[in-house]
Design a protein around this ligand. Structure first.
Ligand code: ADP
Ligand code: ZN
Length: 600
């Protein structure tokens, strides 16, 4: 039966025992000859959805991929599992291209990776007309849509493929969830009555943590030390400047960190990208320029030092953690500054009003995610249109429910100070007055004579920042002019000033408590530590010899699986997660003897 054959391929070639949600439905749809659109979150296992049909079908499968680095990565991974795959792109010499074409013509290849412009170029078009193409796969299919956030002009002509390869089924895959983009992909690619599969966007292995920003560099260092002292991660910042600063600070604190942003020379970027792919432990501090093409499965944390502009962005960036399904963390700090800065960027941008309206709404939802006292995961899944249970037990608000306190009196103090200073000053000035600052800025204006001067001096600046931020987000305070960032009261503020409304806010935590840290770190048991680390060493050595990244040899998950199963024979080694025939032949011997060396 077909399904048995497919399960056999999954095990023999890829070393996995069961399909992930929607993989087998998608594969069935493709093998029934239907056009198919598959939407799965990052790490959901999209590649197998066309790789397994490619192995099952006669002829070749064309895979259209937007980046040379992605193609190289995929082909390298496939070769390790014993699958014959090649790519054709501008990085090949004429000699190499000729050789690859020869292999395709001789039927030695199952998968051919090509760029969009490559497949539409006339010489390749002619070439592929002369071989049997059984399936066309479009990877990162959202690039075809203007609605998507990574639109690429060279993707727009892919609709022509349907005309050039009539009758060949097409599968399009993406992690972009929203319905508009989805419909547009099907339209642009001229998919014929496609089967559409949308898998859940939940990433159960990712823990979501959001903290108030106090001293972000110290907080980041502490977070890494507490939760991920040995791990690889990505730290996102808004500006190139800050990227450099943070990378430097992390290095100074003893972490292996490198910067990545579009302003660096291409040689530096290539070098740092390579370190990210190959080093056992590396932290890349980056702007959002570091994104597409990140295939490393064992990124254990993604940290945001600045608030993303939308939940889509946040979810995509955090989604780069834990593609291998192991416990990972999405950690973010945010504060009053983010609210002010991002709002200002929208309001002072040249964009038209309709764009601004959307941008404001997206930022609003992003802020609401930060301020929520409810489960973060439910909030995210709701946003993507998935009803969900109300508690996940794997985010900060579930693990450590925020304490609400009566903030009415403190809110009155802030509102009065804004009022007494004529609603003409920004957050810093207002809080300085409130806290009785002796700076000349305050005394020159005579603000040290006001009745509100110093009424909030018992509490730290961070406290007042936090209350003001929540007042802004709850629309009691607004920013009057974007040029000067000065604050004013909204009509709603009157309710609090007159004592008609009670305001309950989330208690701010300045530095996570010990208890909290322990609860959050949880993690894997390290009973296998000695064996695990010697397997890791072996992996690094073999990877270096073969010139591939360590995770291409085996994932951490495979190594852990070896520690748990302690296989002693070739047949037992085949039970290890991610071990198929090819990996058994290439590596079985060496790993088995390393495991034997550790036997009690
Ligand atoms: P995506 O392209 O959707 O982000 P990938 O195709 O790169 O995800 O798959 C992510 C990881 O999950 C890879 O390491 C892949 O080998 C692994 N994987 C895919 N399908 C399965 C499965 N059925 N069982 C176990 N692991 C799988
Ligand atoms: Zn939760």
């Amino acid at each position: 039966m077909r399904s048995d054959d497919l399960t056999q391929i999954l095990k023999d070639t890829f070393g996995y025992t069961t399909f992930r949600p929607f993989q087998s439905q998608i594969i069935d749809s493709v093998l029934d000859g239907k056009d198919t659109l598959g939407i799965m979150p990052t790490g959901g296992g999209k590649s197998l959805c066309y790789q397994i049909p490619a192995l099952y079908l006669d002829g070749i499968t064309l895979v259209i991929s937007p980046l040379i680095s992605l193609m190289q990565d995929q082909v390298m991974n496939l070769k390790e599992t014993g699958v014959k795959a090649v790519f054709l792109n501008s990085s090949l010499s004429p000699e190499q291209t000729k050789r690859a074409k020869g292999q395709i013509r001789d039927g030695k290849v199952k998968l051919v990776y090509v760029s969009p412009e490559g497949i539409l170029a006339s010489h390749l078009g002619e070439f592929f007309a002369s071989v049997k193409v059984s399936l066309i796969a479009i990877d990162e299919a959202h690039c075809v849509s203007q609605w998507g956030h990574e639109f690429r002009k060279d993707y727009t002509r892919l609709g022509e493929l349907k005309l050039r390869f009539p009758g060949v089924p097409m599968i399009a895959l993406t992690a972009t969830a929203d319905a508009k983009t989805r419909a547009d992909i099907a339209h642009q690619l001229r998919l014929e009555a496609p089967n559409i599969f949308v898998s859940s966007f939940d990433r159960p292995n990712i823990k979501y943590l959001v903290a108030d920003r106090t001293d972000e560099l110290r907080q980041l260092d502490q977070f890494i030390r507490d939760f991920h002292p040995e791990d690889t991660g990505i730290v996102y910042c808004l500006s190139r400047d800050k990227v450099e600063r943070v990378a430097q600070a992390l290095r100074k604190a003893g972490h292996p960190a490198v910067p990545y942003h579009a302003g660096l020379g291409s040689d530096v970027r290539t070098k740092n990208q390579k370190r990210f792919n190959e080093d056992d432990r590396i932290i890349v501090v980056a702007t959002v320029a570091f994104g597409m093409g990140i295939d490393r499965p064992d990124v254990r944390f993604v940290a945001h030092l600045d608030l993303p502009k939308s939940i889509e962005g946040y979810y995509q960036e955090t989604g780069r953690a834990g593609r291998d399904g192991k416990a990972s963390t999405a950690w973010m700090v945010y504060g009053l500054q983010d609210v002010v800065k991002l709002s200002q960027m929208i309001e002072t941008s040249e964009a038209d009003e309709s764009y601004k309206i959307i941008a404001r709404q997206k930022l609003d939802r992003m802020l609401a995610l930060c301020e929520t006292a409810e489960c973060r995961r439910s909030f995210l899944l709701d946003y993507f249109g998935e009803g969900s249970t109300s508690k996940c037990d794997y985010c900060d608000t579930c693990l450590d429910p925020p304490v609400l306190w009566d903030a009415t009196k403190d809110a009155q103090m802030i509102l009065s100070t804004i009022f007494r200073t004529q609603q003409t000053y920004g957050p810093a000035h207002v809080i300085d007055v409130l806290r009785g600052s002796k700076s000349a800025r305050i005394t020159e204006k005579g603000h040290d004579q006001l009745s509100v001067y110093g009424i909030g001096k018992e509490k730290p600046k961070e406290h007042w920042d936090g209350v003001l931020r929540q007042l802004l987000n709850a629309n009691y305070v607004a920013i009057k002019s974007w040029e000067y960032r000065n604050l004013c009261l909204t009509p709603k503020a009157g309710e609090i000033l007159r004592g008609e409304a009670v305001l309950r806010l989330r208690k701010q935590e300045f530095g996570a408590s010990k208890k909290r840290r322990k609860e959050f770190s949880g993690g894997e048991s390290l009973t296998h530590a000695p064996l695990f680390s010697s397997l890791k060493e072996l992996r690094t050595r073999l990877a270096r010899d073969r010139g591939v990244p360590p995770y291409v040899v085996f994932s951490d998950k495979s190594l852990l699986s070896m520690c748990e199963l302690v296989p002693t024979s070739a047949s037992e080694f085949l039970n290890v997660h991610g071990v198929g025939q090819s990996k058994l032949e290439t590596y079985g011997e060496q790993f088995l003897s390393a495991i034997r060396a550790h036997a009690p």
